[in-house]
Design a binder for this molecule. Structure first.
Ligand code: NAI
Length: 318
């Protein structure tokens, strides 16, 4: 392959996540080809990418030494799958979260001739990768590369291999993620929810009990996270927190382990979060984020997340 094609990234699906991947790769100088079945969607994706990039550049939050025009110049679009995939070194699929649809799209990609070391990555939030790739000829290149939303402000990417994924493919994906400034974590084997969504599910599980059974109001529950736990977890994980809270993790477990287990034993059975308790929760949440102001609240969150990211990068340099 010539130098130009060695730099090519294929993005399948130009929605929220496809656009984010396109920007991440283009900001690092990769040539991104964005594919969608709907050509109008591709046009509006380009408009939105420009708007998102402009906002980042205006606030000095761009993750690139390239100019905005240069970044844009690295993104092109197509409605022909074969054109998108041919010659790409890495393929990131971002079509809607539907197992049959994803399987079908990957079968089509699998039929295109691609280099032996190309990485096949899906953005799926929750489908274990073996269920999306058992039918593929090149399934040994397949894995999940799951970003955290919004990927431009949330560097972590979960790489989840199948039982048949070659370690070399994972290594390649990991290296590429590092080049574009994301922070990959690699699972040793697949599990429902991967890492991030499992932890999130555990948190919301106990939070739901606390609020729906009226132990605490929603505002206080949210405050416990934002003014309490969140302070640690923006910088370190749950085990490190315990490790330095005592004389090492074993000591911490000796001191507090039984208490933790006792609390865990009172966790309720999982249940769907719906019905009157969910409606009350919505009404309470609307007091500070009305339903017609959700986009504003997203911008509020994004401004804070980017400021925190910048602070963390600065602290890391010290
Ligand atoms: P989206 O609905 O915004 O975008 C999906 C795009 O795929 C649309 O542009 C649609 O036209 C296109 N599409 C539909 N069928 C297609 C096909 N056969 N070939 C090519 N393109 C097709 O969805 P979103 O939010 O971008 O999600 C994409 C994937 O990323 C899902 O698997 C989702 O679970 C995952 N994800 C989503 C996150 C989120 O917060 N929204 C976070 C991380 C992962």
């Amino acid at each position: 392959a010539d130098a130009a094609t060695m730099n090519k990234i294929a993005i399948i699906g130009s929605g929220l996540i496809g656009k984010s991947w396109a920007m991440l790769f283009a900001c690092s100088g990769y040539d991104v080809m964005l594919y969608d079945v709907i050509s109008d969607q591709l046009q509006s994706a380009l408009v939105d990418i420009e708007a998102q990039l402009s906002a980042l550049y205006k606030e000095g939050l761009q993750r690139s030494s390239l100019t905005l025009a240069e970044v844009k110049g690295h993104i092109c679009t197509t409605t022909i799958l074969e054109e998108c995939v041919t010659g790409a070194i890495y393929i990131q699929e971002c079509v809607p979260e539907n197992r049959d649809l994803k399987r079908d799209v990957w079968r089509q990609i699998d039929d295109v001739i691609t280099p032996d070391d190309v990485v096949f990555a899906t953005s799926t939030s929750a489908i274990v990768p073996s269920l999306l790739s058992d039918h593929l000829k090149k399934r040994h290149r397949f894995m999940v590369a799951h970003p955290a939303n919004p990927p431009l402000l949330n560097p972590m990417v979960e790489l989840v291999p199948t039982p048949w994924t070659e370690p070399a493919a994972v290594d390649r994906a990991r290296a590429l993620m590092e080049v574009i400034g994301q922070v990959p974590i690699v699972l040793n084997k697949e599990i429902d929810g991967f890492v991030q969504a499992r932890i999130q599910a555990a948190i919301i599980h106990v939070a739901w009990q606390l609020v729906s059974e009226d132990y605490v109001d929603v505002e206080s529950l949210e405050t416990a996270m934002s003014e309490g736990l969140g302070g640690w977890y923006a910088f370190m994980g749950p085990f490190d927190v315990e490790h330095i809270n005592a004389d090492g993790f074993v000591d911490s477990s000796k001191k507090y382990g039984a208490m933790v287990e006792q609390v865990q034993k009172t966790f309720p059975k999982p249940e769907l979060m719906q019905g009157p308790a969910a409606e009350k929760l919505t009404r309470d949440l609307e007091q500070w984020t009305p339903s017609n102001r959700l986009a504003d609240r997203c911008r509020w969150r994004d401004r804070r997340m980017s400021a925190l990211l910048q602070l963390k990068r600065k602290l890391d340099e010290e």
